[in-house]
Design a protein around this ligand. Structure first.
Ligand SMILES: C[S@@+](CC[C@H](N)C(=O)[O-])C[C@H]1O[C@@H](n2cnc3c(N)ncnc32)[C@H](O)[C@@H]1O
Ligand SMILES: CC(C)=CCC/C(C)=C/COP(=O)(O)OP(=O)(O)O
Ligand SMILES: [Mg+2]
Length: 295
């Protein structure tokens, strides 16, 4: 199965949603509805898990070819994809003890790769929300192909105003999707839907207050993705204000740099690679995991 087949055959399974809350959200919905970068689709085609996040971990150089020809390119793509799936596994590993009867929420679920991984890992129900109808249809089409549509569902919905009942969710996460929203509004909503003792996890890029202000590289990333990267300080403050108490804060910057250095050598570069590499190296930008308990 390839992404092209999936796009062509995916049924329109996502319930219609309310209008986006703001003109900005309309822009973001349009952006993701129109997104079809080979760096995402060709990586997803490796095993049918489609991600819109970046990778972590050491590059396995023995898995790469000699750099020439299509076979080498395919090996490089598989390695980048392995690192992106490793990132999602790492996030899921921070959700705590999750069982089959739990319901999880993926806020800003993209094409649903992390949701499938979560269901495979825990057997639980996974509910995803995205602003993009195309992404929700893609994720639901993929779940149907895998026969897990009763457990994994994406819907078009604003993550700041979700349909989930108060206090019923065991764990929720944002994987590289917090830079599109106000953090106070976001954490208020996670705090509302999570049960007391529930777990919230995010992996995100944030600017480093020790640098002073967002660097030119951070500004370039914002412009590239039409997003608004927050500072590390803002995350911790907004969590504290919303009954989310960090248990773990891990700086994944050294773990994501090899992914970027490898990606920069591929034919699938998008032009944003230098901004990530330079900002991670000059300390102005950090790749963080934060896991917090709902108290
Ligand atoms: C970079 S993608 C990450 C996708 C996914 N988490 C992953 O790891 O593959 C950002 C996602 O955030 C979603 N998003 C941005 N703002 C949102 C909002 N207000 N409500 C719901 N989803 C939102 C976009 O629709 C997109 O699916
Ligand atoms: C860490 C930060 C700041 C992330 C911004 C959000 C974002 C666009 C993530 C990757 O999406 P993608 O997989 O669609 O991007 P790309 O096409 O570059 O792989
Ligand atoms: Mg990508």
């Amino acid at each position: 199965m390839t992404s092209t087949e999936l796009t062509a055959t995916a049924p329109s399974t996502s319930p219609y949603i309310p209008e986006p809350a703001t003109p900005y959200q309309e822009d973001i919905a349009r952006y993701w509805d129109g997104e079809a970068r080979p760096v995402n689709l060709r990586l997803g085609d490796v095993d049918g898990l489609y991600h819109h996040h970046y990778g972590i971990g050491a590059v396995d150089h023995s898995a790469l070819g000699d750099g020439a020809g299509e076979a080498s390119e395919q090996k490089l793509i598989a390695e980048l994809h392995r690192l992106e799936s490793a990132q999602a596994s790492y996030l899921l590993g921070n959700l705590g003890d999750i069982g089959r009867d739990d319901t999880l929420v993926d806020a800003g679920c993209g094409r649903g790769g992390s949701m499938v991984m979560a269901h495979r890992r825990f057997g639980s129900r996974v509910e995803g929300v995205t602003l993009s109808a195309k992404q929700a249809d893609f994720a639901n089409g993929r779940a149907a192909e895998l026969g897990i549509q009763d457990h994994v569902r994406a819907r078009v919905c604003n993550m700041l105003d979700t349909p989930f009942e108060t206090g019923q969710i065991s764990a929720s996460w944002n994987n590289e999707s917090t830079m599109y929203v106000d953090l106070h509004d976001l954490f208020a909503e996670h705090s509302r839907i999570l049960e007391v003792g529930g777990r919230y996890v995010t992996i995100t890029g944030c600017w480093n207050p020790r640098y002073g202000q967002p660097s030119k590289w951070v500004s370039q990333i914002n412009a590239h993705f039409e997003c608004n990267i927050h500072s590390r300080r803002e995350y911790l403050r907004a969590m504290a204000d919303n009954r989310l108490v960090p248990q773990t804060v891990i700086d994944l910057t050294p773990d994501t740099l090899p992914y970027w250095e490898l990606r920069a050598t591929s034919s699938l570069v998008t032009g944003i690679e230098d901004a990530f590499i330079n900002s991670y190296r000059d300390g102005s930008f950090q790749y963080l995991l934060i896991a917090a308990d709902r108290v």
